[in-house]
Design a protein around this ligand. Structure first.
Ligand code: ATP
Ligand code: MG
Length: 568
């Protein structure tokens, strides 16, 4: 780490623990629940957990936190593994599951019962909720709280043996029903669910709760630093750490991990709640978890976001204790910077308007030399065919143009990039009065790159030769929500941006026939684009816009953000 780079508070703790000799090796874990696809918030957690271990020569577990079989699936497990690998991290032989420990967890629960730290409650879920109290009122003890150890052990064994139906009994910790921290009011440890488990099969019909399984799994794996997210950490009634520590204090596992909380990363105009992401998928609001508008890793990969940009983004967002909402512009700028450096330039016309060069010979094609990257001559050049009929962008022509409009207007001149200067002589309309073609003349003395080409005009526009153009369906993505913080709205339907996807029929320069899936290019003057990894084929090109060239939302977003951060 460079000296100028400030350590975040977690890296500082880790640094101190290594220096003091408290630990000789750092062991972390990334513990996703396989109940959905990973999203941009998880990218932060992955980079943090794998990052701090890698930086110090430590190890990281990928632990599938599969304690809730009703919502989990193999599809999600596979997606999680694919996404972590894609981000460039490797757990090697350290892929584990909370379900690997179901036997040990069951034993621990029995021990807790023997110690008087847990009891079987037979209230219904509704009654348990009523007994729980509120933030201002203490809870009440369940009438079953004082069952004998023998009775509890017997009931718990029979819960496991499948003698009871879902919800008939629940195992709870015996802590304190009047604790100001709601999590300490006799939380549930085990519930009955007669459903098979995607990893453990049908061996179990009782499943441990997250809070119980989590800390003990950390202990079994000898995790030195268990990095967890909290939201609204300062509110003691929401704090999970006292419970985490309570289980460790009671059960005294051979190894004691330490939990450290950091704040969630929230991205403006995006949801990072799995429940809300699920709604978007289930209701068909998007095409799937990997819809390029989704803030999921799968969606961002398909959209064409480079890994380097995502990693840079979470570095810039930083690790903090305070809740934060990061502007979409920060992410997009990371993408622009990465692609600005990497991506080759090409030309494409998204909303084509035909230009006929009346003084250009018919059946003639000239090959124009075009630079692949203005800042990196080592990336070479390519040839672009130039001919009598060309496509230009509709909005590069304006009939009643203001004086400062330096693109094409009647009687005006413009340079075609890597081509000639042309003048607009005549506007052709259809019967409805729309402009359908421009008849122009070119100046043969102005071919780019030749000695006599230095006649200057103010505007330069891009173009594609009609005869040689490749047709493409181009998907112009914008943010999925109009609300700066859609996580905070109850009903996401009203917060959707109806213009999050526009599809146009574009024209590509012939060199783009070579564009491979996942490869990003800059369409000059338009933005960064890539071929869709699922739907694109040589016969029918489907191109996604990754990001525009300029941050057109910056101003708007700044205002929204100021309001938002005052609220948070
Ligand atoms: P749920 O809200 O359903 O629990 P989750 O978003 O917490 O979902 P998990 O699969 O439990 O999803 O998360 C795995 C890990 O990723 C956890 O350690 C969690 O702390 C971390 N994580 C989840 N969301 C974010 C986020 N927005 N920012 C940073 N880390 C996150
Ligand atoms: Mg979680």
């Amino acid at each position: 780490m460079s000296e100028t780079e400030k350590r975040d508070f977690i890296r500082q703790i880790i640094h101190d623990d290594l220096e003091s000799g408290k630990h000789s090796e750092i062991v972390t874990r990334f513990p996703p629940e396989p109940n959905g696809y990973l999203h941009i918030g998880h990218v932060m957690s992955i980079c943090l957990n794998f990052g701090v271990a890698a930086e110090t020569g430590g190890r990281t577990f990928l632990r599938l936190d599969d304690t809730n079989p009703g919502k989990e699936s193999k599809e999600y497990v596979d997606a999680i593994k694919r996404d972590v690998h894609w981000l460039g991290f490797d757990w090697q032989d350290r892929l584990t599951h909370a379900s690997d420990y179901f036997g040990q967890l069951y034993e621990s629960a029995c021990r807790l019962i023997e110690m008087g730290g847990a009891y079987v409650d037979s209230l219904s879920a509704d009654e348990i909720r009523e007994h729980r109290g509120t933030l201002t009122e203490p809870g009440r003890n369940s009438p079953y709280r004082d069952r004998s150890v023998e009775e509890n052990l017997d009931l718990f064994r029979r819960m496991r043996a499948g003698e009871f139906g879902d919800g008939e009994h629940v195992l709870r910790a015996r802590i304190d029903m009047s604790s100001p921290n709601m999590n300490m009011r006799d939380p549930a440890l085990y519930r009955i669910r007669h459903i098979p488990h995607q990893n453990a099969g049908d061996e179990w019909c009782i499943y441990p709760m997250y809070d119980f399984a989590h800390g003990l799994s950390d202990a079994y794996e000898h995790i030195t630093h268990s990095l967890c997210t909290h939201s609204l950490c300062t509110l003691e009634f929401e704090d999970h750490r006292p419970l985490y520590d309570w289980f460790l204090d009671q059960l005294k596992p051979e190894y004691r991990p330490r939990q450290i909380e950091f704040s969630r990363l929230n991205l403006a105009y995006a949801v990072t709640s799995k429940r809300k992401l699920n709604t978007l998928v289930d209701e068909g609001i998007v095409s799937g978890w990997d819809d390029p508008r989704m803030p999921t890793i799968a969606g961002m990969r398909r959209r064409g976001y480079p890994v380097a940009a995502l990693r840079e983004f979470v570095t810039r967002a930083g690790v903090t204790k305070k809740d934060k909402l990061i502007e979409m512009g920060v992410l997009e700028n990371c993408i622009r910077e990465t692609l600005g450096e990497q991506a080759e330039r090409r030309m494409a016309v998204l909303r084509p308007l035909k230009v006929v060069l009346t003084n250009y010979p018919e059946n003639t094609v000239e090959m124009m030399e075009a630079m692949n990257h203005p800042g990196r001559p080592e990336l070479g050049t390519r040839e672009m065919p130039f001919s009598r009929e060309l496509w230009i962008e509709q909005d590069d022509f304006m009939e009643d143009a203001p004086r400062k409009f330096f693109r094409l207007k009647p009687g005006g001149e413009v340079r075609l990039r890597f081509g000639y200067i042309i003048r607009c002589d005549e506007v052709v309309r259809n019967t409805a009065g729309d402009v359908v073609e421009l008849r122009c003349s070119y100046d043969p003395d102005t071919r780019s790159g030749t000695a006599s080409s230095d006649r200057k005009v103010k505007g330069t526009i891009h173009w594609v030769s009609c005869e040689h153009a490749i047709d493409a369906r181009v998907r112009l993505y914008d943010r999925l929500f109009n609300e700066a913080n859609p996580n905070a709205v109850d009903d996401i339907h009203g917060a959707l941006n109806p213009e999050s996807l526009e599809i146009v029929d574009g024209k590509l320069e012939p060199a783009l026939a070579e564009l491979s899936a996942g490869q990003a290019v800059q369409f000059e003057r338009l933005g960064y684009f890539c071929a869709d990894e699922k739907e694109d084929s040589a016969a029918a090109r489907v191109i996604n816009r990754i990001v525009t060239l300029r941050d057109s939302w910056a101003k708007l977003e700044k205002q929204a953000m100021q309001q938002q951060n005052q609220v948070v």
